[in-house]
Design a binder for this molecule. Structure first.
Ligand SMILES: [Cu+2]
Length: 202
């Protein structure tokens, strides 16, 4: 189990490095002064912020060095593992880890549904090319705010829009037509949104 967990976490680290390193290395990274490295405590707090409190409380925390080597800062007690990669925070369940692992190996993901929290949003991704690392003229780059992802082939049966240009404020399928299609489900704070909606109606 431990070995499996480590393998999966490494896979996730690779996913994040391939998907998001490019974004991190854009001009801004060159101009901005290098950020001081987070302490393990700061890193843990940041990683856990990707999930709701009740999930974060018992989630594991994985940290990766620049070579992608994983260090377990905290063992998971609820199946979720949280991490920060290139500024993206996420908390993924074991099925999501298996999905990301398959993605890394360019294999078909297991036919299981996985749940991943990204309540801090993401730095952007191509909505059509699973292996794109940066925005191009035709790869339908999309930046999404706080969301959850439902991954695995079964996510298709949700019947969400599969258009190339996603509206990141509404649920839709990312990477449609590939083995890695998954649902992107934007979420936001209930009370404040409810208040704003009520105010609009007045
Ligand atoms: Cu996401």
């Amino acid at each position: 189990m431990r070995t499996l967990r480590i393998l999966l976490a490494v896979a996730v680290s690779l996913v994040f490095t391939t998907s998001f390193v490019a974004a991190q290395e854009k001009p801004m990274g060159k101009m901005a002064p290098k950020k001081a490295e987070l302490s393990d405590a700061q890193y843990t707090a940041k990683a856990l912020s990707a999930a709701p409190k009740g999930v974060a409380k018992d989630a594991g925390v994985a940290r990766f060095d620049k070579d992608g080597k994983m260090q377990t800062l905290r063992e998971s007690k609820n199946g979720f593992t949280c991490a920060v990669m290139a500024g993206n925070t996420m908390c993924a369940d074991a099925n999501s880890m298996a999905f990301f692992d398959a993605y890394m190996k360019h294999e078909n993901p297991p036919d299981k549904l996985g749940l991943t929290y990204m309540l801090g949003g993401d730095n952007g991704a191509s909505n059509t090319d699973p292996y794109a690392s940066k925005k191009t003229a035709d790869n339908h780059w999309v930046v999404t705010g706080p969301h959850i992802m439902i991954v695995g082939p079964g996510s298709k049966s949700l019947g969400l829009p599969e258009s190339a240009d996603a509206d990141p404020t509404k649920p839709s399928i990312m990477w449609a037509g590939t083995p890695y299609e998954h649902a992107m489900v934007p979420v936001s704070g209930g009370k404040s949104v409810a208040k704003a909606t009520m105010a609009e109606k007045k």
